[in-house]
Design a protein around this ligand. Structure first.
Ligand code: RIB
Length: 296
C-alpha cells in the first residue's frame, strides 16, 4: 500500500509583527525569516517524520531546488514532483505577539497542475493506496474523481476553504481532517463542534472525521461505527502556530496506517502539534517520531 500526497509547496516569508496589519496601515516588522512550507509539503514531511514512506506530487518553479533538497533530507519521495518554468508558490505570513498567524497566498506553480500530469502521477498508484489532498492546488475535483475511479482511499484536508471545493464531490472522501471554521463551511451550520460533527455524519455517513479545535483540542468521529475520541490540547508556550494542523494531519494518517487505537493516535497527534507550535516555521517545526515518543 502506497501513500501519495498531491499538494502545494510554498516558500513562506514570515514577518513578526505586533498585530495583524490593518487596512491602510504601515507597520515595521520585528523579524523576518524564510521557511519551506505549503500544506502539501508540510503534511508529506509530517508523514515522513512519523515514519511513513510518502510520495509527494505537485509542481515547483525554477527556484524550487530547496524543496527538493529538504524532501531528500527527510526521506520524502520526490520522483513524481515536477519542476516547471515560472515561480513556485509563496506566502507572506504575519505572526503577531500572541503567535497567531495570517497568511497571504500566491499560488504560482501550485496552480499549474495539468490533467496530463495528474494522469501520469496517478498511473503509479492502485486500489487501496492512500491519496492525501488539500485545497492549495488547481484541478482538485479532477484528482478526486480519478483517484476515486482507481478506488484509492481519499483523505481530504479542505484547507483553505473556498469556492473551488464546491466543485469537488466530497462524498468520495473517506477521511476528513478539518478545523471548526472549515467544518462549519462544509456542514453548512454553526461553529459548535457537536453540531458540525452531527452534520458531517448526516452528509457523509461512511466517512471518518477529525475536527481540530485549536486550544480546545480535537475530536475524532467515525460516522459509520459511531466511535468517538476527544483529545484535549496539550498546553505549550506557542511561538508560531503555522503547520500545527498539517502536523496533526500527517501524524493522524501515520497512526491509521500503523493500525494504532484511535485514542493513542489522537494523543500522538496532539503531542506532535504541540511541539510544532512551540517552534518557528512550517516544515522546520514538525517533530520526528522520536521527539514525539519522548514527550509521550
Ligand atoms: O498550513 C500552513 C501552510 O499554509 C504554510 O506553510 C503556508 O505555506 C500555507 O500554505
Amino acid at each position: 500500500m502506497k501513500v501519495l500526497d498531491f499538494g502545494s509547496l510554498n516558500y513562506d516569508y514570515v514577518y513578526n509583527v505586533d498585530h495583524m496589519l490593518l487596512p491602510g496601515e504601515t507597520q515595521a516588522s520585528t523579524g523576518m525569516e524564510t521557511f519551506c512550507g505549503g500544506k502539501g509539503l508540510n503534511q508529506a514531511m509530517a508523514l515522513a517524520k512519523a515514519g511513513v514512506p510518502v510520495y509527494l506530487a505537485g509542481s515547483i518553479g525554477e527556484e524550487g531546488q530547496l524543496f527538493l533538497d529538504i524532501c531528500k533530507e527527510n526521506q520524502v519521495n520526490t520522483e513524481l514532483l515536477r519542476q516547471i518554468p515560472g515561480k513556485s508558490g509563496h506566502t507572506i505570513i504575519q505572526i503577531d505577539k500572541n503567535a497567531q498567524n495570517s497568511i497571504l497566498l500566491f499560488g504560482g506553480a501550485n496552480r499549474s497542475q495539468s490533467r496530463e500530469y495528474i494522469d501520469e502521477v496517478l498511473a503509479h498508484f492502485e486500489e487501496g493506496d492512500v491519496i492525501l489532498l488539500q485545497n492549495e492546488i488547481n484541478e482538485l475535483p479532477y484528482i478526486c474523481q480519478k483517484a476515486y475511479e482507481k478506488k484509492m482511499t481519499i483523505v481530504l484536508n479542505p484547507s483553505p476553504f473556498d469556492s473551488a471545493l464546491d466543485a469537488c464531490d466530497m462524498s468520495k472522501v473517506s477521511i476528513f481532517l478539518l478545523n471548526e471554521i472549515e467544518g462549519a463551511q462544509i456542514a453548512g451550520g454553526s461553529k459548535e463542534p457537536e453540531e458540525i460533527l452531527a452534520l458531517m455524519k448526516e452528509k457523509f455517513p461512511k466517512a471518518q472525521v477529525v475536527l481540530t479545535l485549536g486550544g480546545d483540542g480535537a475530536i475524532y468521529q467515525n460516522n459509520e461505527t459511531g466511535e468517538k475520541v476527544a483529545q484535549p490540547c496539550i498546553p505549550v508556550q506557542a511561538v508560531d502556530t503555522t503547520a500545527a494542523g498539517d502536523t496533526f494531519t500527517g501524524y493522524f494518517i501515520a497512526g491509521l496506517l500503523k493500525d494504532m487505537p484511535k485514542a493513542d493516535t489522537m494523543r500522538m497527534c496532539a503531542v506532535a502539534s504541540a511541539i510544532a507550535v512551540s517552534r518557528k516555521g512550517a516544515t522546520a517545526s514538525i517533530p520526528s517520531v522520536d521527539e514525539v515518543e519522548a514527550k509521550l
